[in-house]
Design a protein around this ligand. Sequence first.
Ligand SMILES: Nc1ncnc2c1ncn2[C@@H]1O[C@H](COP(=O)(O)OP(=O)(O)OP(=O)(O)O)[C@@H](O)[C@H]1O
Ligand SMILES: [Mg+2]
Length: 501
Amino acid sequence: MDKQTVLLRMEGIDKTFPGVKALDNAQLTLRAGTVHALMGENGAGKSTLMKCLFGIYSKDAGHIYLEGKEVNFKSSREALDNGVAMVHQELNQALKRNVMDNIWLGRYPRMKGLPLVSEKQMYADTMRVFNELDVHVDPKMVMSKMPVSQRQMVEIAKAVSFNSKVIVLDEPTSSLTEQEVEHLFRIINMLRDRGCGIIYISHKMDEILRISDEVTIMRDGQYIATKPAAELTKAEIIRLMVGREMTNQFPPKLSTASDEDILRVEHITAQYSQLSDVSFSLKKGEILGVAGLDASGRTELLENIFGAATRKSGKLFKNGQEIYNRTPKESIRNGFALVTEERRATGIFGILNIRENTVVASLKNYLKFIFLQDKQMAKGTDDMIRAMSIKTPSQKTQIRSLSGGNQQKVIFGRWILTSPDILLLDEPTRGIDVGAKYEIYQLIQNLAKEGKSVIMVSSEMPELLGVCSRILVMSGGRLAGEVDADNTSQEEIMTLAAKYV
Ligand SMILES: Nc1ncnc2c1ncn2[C@@H]1O[C@H](COP(=O)(O)OP(=O)(O)OP(=O)(O)O)[C@@H](O)[C@H]1O
Ligand SMILES: [Mg+2]
C-alpha cells in the first residue's frame, strides 16, 4: 500500500467529562504502512482520543474517517469488526480464564453445524497467531498465572488476530523487558510492512524516535503539531509537549547523606529467586540507586528487604538493631515503604476516590481514638495532589477516571504519606511524563533532605546518575559492585551489570 494513503483521519474532536475538558478540537491523521506516535504529558488526552475512536467514549463533536468513510463506532466490538484494534494502557482481561479464551471471547469458533465451541479449532487458531508473531505462550495457561508482560503480549496477539488495519498500542512497553520490547518492535515492523497503521502511545522518547515515522503532540486536550520523526529531537518533543523550554531534566543534586548508617543488609539470600548473598549499607538521608539488567535481582532485593518475598538467610539491622521484616506489615511498622513497579496492576482500588486511595496505607495517622479525622485526611490528600501536580478536578474523583500517569502519582503519594524512614522505590517514574518526573525527583530529594533514606531501582541509567549519590549494580542475582554516581559512567555500570550473566 502507498505510504501516502490516509487510513484514518480524526478531526475537531471534543470530549468533556464532569469538571474536565479532556479533548478540545483534537486531530490525528494516520497513513497506511506507518507508525504514528501520539505524545503528550500525563492527562493530555491521548488515551481519551483513542477511546473515542474505539467506541468506548462517544465524542461530543468532531468527525472520524476510516479509509475516507465517516465512522462512529458505538462499541469496541464494532470497532474491531471494522478493522480497528486497541491494546489498552490498563489491561482488562479475564484473569481466571485461559489465554485462548481471552483471545476469542465473544467470537469462539463453532463446531460444524453445532452450537458448540470447538476447543480444538480455538487452540489451532491461537497457535497460528502465536507462531506468526513468534510468541511463546501456552494457549491453555490461566491468565492470572502469567507475568504482566506476557499478558500484554497476549493482548497484542489478540489485536493482530482481528486482522485489523489500525492498531492502537497505549503504552505497550511499560512492563516489558528489553528483549520483549525488541520482540514487540519486530511485530510492529511486520504489521507496518503489511500496510497497517499503528498508533503508538509512549513516554519513552528513545523508543518513539526509533520506531515511529510521524509524531503527533497534544497538550491539554489540544492538537499541537504533527511532524516526521526524523525531523524531531528529544528537546524539541519536550518543548512541544510542555509548552516551554525545559533545560534541566534533573533538579540540582544536594548532598543529603549523613555519616550514620540507618540500614545494614547482611548476606541476604532469597528462598525462591536467584538473589544471593547481597550485603550493603544505607546512610541516613541517602538516595541509593540500584542498577542492573532485567532479571538481575533488583526487584527481588527490594521485596526481600520488605518481607514481600521469602528470605532464606541473611540479616537486617536498622540503626544497629536487628530487625526481621518478615511480612510487609511488620516492615511498615519498622518504618519501611515499598512502591512497586506494577503500581497500576497491583496497587489501585479503582472505584474508590483519590482521597481513599491516598490515605489507605496511612490510616493510623488519621485516627483519633476510633474516629478517622476527615479534615486531616482531606488536607493530607490536598498536599499530596499539590506536591505531585496530580491533574484532577477534585480529591473525590474516582481514581480510575484519572489518566494512567496520574494514577501512578496517587499510589506514589500514598506511600509518601505513611512517612517511612526508609523508602524503597521500584521504577518510580515509569509511565510518567518528563515534567512530572522532575517533580518526583524533587520530592525524593526533599524527603532525603528531611533525613529519610531512599533505595531506588531504575532501568533508566541517566535517572540513577542524575538523582543518586551512590549506585549498587546487580548482576545475575548478586551484587557486582558499587559506584559513586558523580565519578562513574554508563559504560562502567554496564560492564558491572554484565559481570555474572
Ligand atoms: N472516564 C473519565 N471520567 C472523568 N475524567 C476522565 C475520564 N477519562 C479521562 N478523564 C480525564 O481526561 C483527561 C485526559 O486523560 P487521558 O487518560 O486521556 O490522558 P493521557 O494523555 O492518556 O495521560 P497518561 O499519559 O497519564 O496516560 C484527564 O484529565 C483525565 O483525568
Ligand atoms: Mg493514557
